[in-house]
Design a protein around this ligand. Structure first.
Ligand code: MLT
Ligand code: ZN
Length: 461
């Protein structure tokens, strides 16, 4: 069936690039989760919207499942193809299509890397403000599929805020042109927003119009050492009251140990349980003094044990590396990742509850905490001990995630803050979304993708 079906696809789309070599199937069939063995039927690399439509129409007729694929830096298995699916990689559709100086928008193809978008915006004296460590390899299409967040959400919000228009190929092959860059558009359901965060289950993004904005004022980066967990949100409140924050990120001493072992430079001496990297507007002396005042108040109140402020761009980058290098420094330990959120106001109480839970459930396992604490998003990475098999380790983590999901439910939080549900978290969707919501979501899926060919098995069990 596969050979015949692929031959038919090639007949219909003679210019379509198709890959079937084992190495390509392995490469394109997985994302950063590494939990599933890739097994796609083939990889299609369309170069145009028409080719994407042609593939989707063919898949409908043949009832072939499609896994839309961007940079595959996802951490929830959303781009995994382990069930004989066709991977539809957008990597060849990776160009800037145009800049509109009046609208201040950039039209791009979905396979473009986030970092390339940053560069393109800068060429026009503007910024695209969504940013995170995978910027060099993740793609805008993937960012849209998961409503990616990252390190500047506290100032700029999530990807959702920056999408002025989307062209999407729906599950029946039809091309939808959603919102067309309009700022005001009160004309019924906003299908553009519905697509954002839908993880490739409703449609395939084939073009995006991104809003750009003015660059922020000159900033400073500070690293703070904190004596205990309670200090985290108190320092956040102190800094937010006195400064205009661009980022407020935290990590623990265990995270620091790993990132230092991975080549980052120590910036504060001594042992401290918690650290914060914060960046804030500092265009003039007044703002810089306000930062020193907030820092001194924190020290006087016993909330801050030590701190350093970057004196150059190179130092600022070195401080950021302590936070942004964590994911990479943990990769060899095959971490099980929880990416959770609660309201900012609920963070302190939530942290207490889960600290008790995690130290009880993982008594002899390294658990690394870090994340975007200033917007209520916490990353918990559980490191696999060498003595445990992959299967036993995952089973134990799944058991704890169930308990974590119950705790999140009590605090009104989300089982996925910014990585998406994918395959990894679909068993816990009910902790965050009510039965009525999930029923409606399933209904929406059927409307957009009647034959269930778009990323089946992701998001829902
Ligand atoms: C990050 O913020 O560094 C990633 O989203 C988190 C992770 O790797 O778990
Ligand atoms: Zn993150």
């Amino acid at each position: 069936m596969t050979v015949e079906a692929l031959a038919d696809l090639s007949r219909r789309l003679p210019d379509l690039r198709l890959l079937t070599e084992a190495g390509d199937l392995e490469h394109y069939g997985r994302d950063w989760t590494r939990r599933w063995t890739p097994a796609p039927m083939a990889i299609a690399l369309p170069a145009s919207i028409e080719e994407v439509q042609g593939i989707v129409r063919w898949a409908n007729e043949r009832k072939v499942a499609i896994v839309p694929s961007g940079g595959r830096t996802g951490l929830s298995g959303g781009a995994v193809a382990a069930q004989g699916e066709l991977v539809l990689s957008l990597s060849r559709m990776n160009r800037v299509l145009g800049f509109d100086v009046v609208d201040r928008t950039l039209a791009v193809q979905p396979g473009i890397a986030l970092e390339t978008v940053h560069g393109a915006a800068r060429e026009h004296g503007l910024i695209y403000p969504v940013d995170f460590a995978a910027r060099g390899s993740c793609s805008i299409g993937g960012n849209i599929a998961t409503n990616a967040g990252g390190i500047r959400v506290i100032r700029y919000g999530n990807t959702r805020e920056w999408i002025a228009g989307l062209k999407v190929v729906a599950g029946n092959g039809e091309l939808l042109d959603l919102n067309r860059g309009l700022i005001k558009n009160s004309s019924g359901y906003d299908l553009r927003q519905l697509m954002i965060g839908s993880e490739g289950t409703l449609g395939i993004v084939v073009e995006a119009t991104l809003r750009l904005t003015d660059p922020p004022p000159a900033s400073q980066v500070m690293l703070l050492a904190l004596p205990n967990m309670d200090a985290l949100m108190q320092v956040f409140a102190l800094f937010r009251a006195g400064l205009s924050l661009q980022a407020f990120e935290f990590f623990t001493d265990i995270a620091l140990k790993h990132v230092l072992a991975h080549g980052a430079q120590r910036a504060i001496d001594g042992e401290h349980p918690y650290y914060v990297v914060t960046e804030f507007d500092a265009p003039d002396e007044r703002a810089q003094e306000a930062a020193m005042t907030a820092f001194e108040q924190g020290v006087e109140q016993g909330l801050i044990s030590d701190g350093v402020i970057a004196q150059s761009d190179a130092q600022a980058a070195a401080l950021w590396r302590l936070r942004e290098g964590i994911t990479e420094s943990l990769a060899s330990h095959k971490p099980y990742k929880n990416d959770i959120s609660v309201r900012i106001g609920a963070v302190s109480a939530f942290l207490h509850d889960i600290q008790a839970l995690l130290s009880r459930e993982y008594p002899h396992i390294d658990v690394v905490w870090f994340g975007h604490i200033g917007d209520g998003n916490l990353h918990i990475n559980v490191l696999k001990p060498e003595t445990l098999s992959d299967a036993d380790f995952i089973a134990q983590c799944e058991h704890v995630t169930k308990l974590l999901a119950d705790t999140l439910h009590r605090h009104g939080g989300s089982i996925s803050a910014e990585h998406g549900i994918g395959l990894v978290k679909r068993a816990y969707l009910e902790s965050t979304r009510s039965a009525a919501e999930i029923a409606l979501m399933r209904g929406v899926k059927t409307v957009f993708d009647p034959n269930g060919i778009l990323n089946p098995g992701k998001l829902f069990i």
